[in-house]
Design a protein around this ligand. Structure first.
Ligand SMILES: NC(=O)c1ccc[n+]([C@@H]2O[C@H](COP(=O)([O-])OP(=O)(O)OC[C@H]3O[C@@H](n4cnc5c(N)ncnc54)[C@H](OP(=O)(O)O)[C@@H]3O)[C@@H](O)[C@H]2O)c1
Length: 329
């Protein structure tokens, strides 16, 4: 099968298409013929061994992914496709089923086929959704769900989402609305309309207004793009307010510190623990018309380098998707 592989950490150019052996499903695994897969910030960060996050994070990243070179040569963790074969013990899926899901840090989805345990994070593709859209659900969807549950976001609570137009942000906006929160989304001018269409109650254009200076306070501030900080947000949190982080080693230390001291908390827990139930939860929301995938650009598999370069601009709106075998939709 064709797969995008890399043998050394580095920029997008280290990625190349190669013929590799097609995986064979174990007893409890399904073999999925992939039709679409997302290119995520996690793919890019892993590919360059988290170089941008400093020496300590790079070291930790290499300890996990391989000290000298990556152990897992195929990136990609968010996918949608069709079941091609099933192991002898598989009961929940059959050949021909359309599925979507996430392999997390096991990666392997930038390829024509992948094996996934039937109890892992896969589910039947939501009715009426294309493969491309389904591949763009889990990156932001699972992460935002994990974060909002950490904060125990409830009905009527005031939440502000900073970086609301990224993969995690667009998911967070829709999930916060599903949880009946009072939602303010912060983004740049070009994404204001998108935020309204996803259900934001109020939208702040950060190029025009600094939300930390307008006197408003929130129960939860969700930094969905890792570009703000607890220090700068603190004054905009209500007493016992929570700052939800998505990135940064420093936030782990702050999460530990604020769990013991002070009444405003930093919430950051890695690695996130997603389950099949979470994927099923997103599927139900989609089928109920309460959640949709936001796709910025699609590329054919062979243009993965270009796709990765675009993701690395940190300016994508929602998600970037690769179509595999010309069957993305
Ligand atoms: N390292 C990992 O393994 C991993 C895994 C998952 C997530 N994460 C982290 O989670 C965060 C979000 O990921 P993502 O994929 O959701 O992000 P993303 O999709 O790349 O976010 C892009 C959006 O962020 C907004 N943005 C860019 N710079 C900004 C700034 N300085 N201030 C405010 N908004 C800005 C832009 O929209 P506007 O034009 O509207 O501002 C853009 O649409 C990242 O920090 C990522 O590193 C990391």
């Amino acid at each position: 099968m064709r797969a995008v592989v890399y043998d050394r950490y580095g920029p997008p150019d280290v990625l190349r298409l190669e013929d590799v052996a097609r995986p064979v499903p174990g007893e409890d695994e399904v073999l999925v013929k992939i039709h679409a897969a997302a290119v995520t910030r996690a793919d890019c960060a892993t590919r360059e061994a988290n170089r941008r996050s400093g020496l300590l994070v790079t070291l930790i990243s290499r300890l996990i992914s391989g000290i000298r070179r990556p152990r897992q040569r195929i990136l990609g963790s968010e996918l949608a496709g069709e079941v091609e074969a099933v192991g002898a013990a598989v009961r929940g899926f059959a050949v021909g089923d359309h599925v979507f899901g996430s392999t997390g840090f096991r990666f392997g989805a930038h390829a024509e086929f992948i094996c996934i345990r039937e109890k892992a994070r896969i589910a039947h593709k939501p009715a009426g959704m294309s493969f491309e859209e389904a591949a763009a659900v889990c990156d932001g969807g699972l992460n935002a769900l994990w974060c909002l549950r950490l904060a125990d976001l409830g009905k009527g609570q005031k939440i502000l989402i900073y970086g609301a137009s990224g993969a995690i942000g667009t998911a967070g906006v829709q999930l916060a609305k599903y949880f009946d929160a009072d939602l303010t989304a912060v983004c740049s001018t070009k994404n204001l309309e998108l935020m309204r269409s996803l259900g934001a109650d109020r939208v702040i254009d950060y190029t025009q207004e600094d939300f930390t200076k307008n006197g408003q306070t929130y129960d939860v501030i969700f930094d969905a793009v890792g570009k703000h900080s607890f220090r700068r947000c603190k004054g905009s949190l209500k007493p016992r307010g929570k700052y939800l982080a998505t990135d940064g080693l420093w936030n782990l230390i702050l999460a530990l510190w604020t769990s013991r001291f002070g009444d405003k908390k930093v919430m950051f827990s890695i690695p996130p623990r997603y389950t099949q139930q979470d994927v099923l939860f997103l599927k139900e929301l989609i089928e109920a018309g309460k959640y949709r995938a936001v796709i910025d650009r699609s590329y054919p598999l062979q243009d993965v380098v270009e796709a990765a370069r675009y993701v690395e601009t940190e300016q994508k709106t929602g998600n970037v998707v690769l179509t595999v075998g010309g069957q993305g939709t």
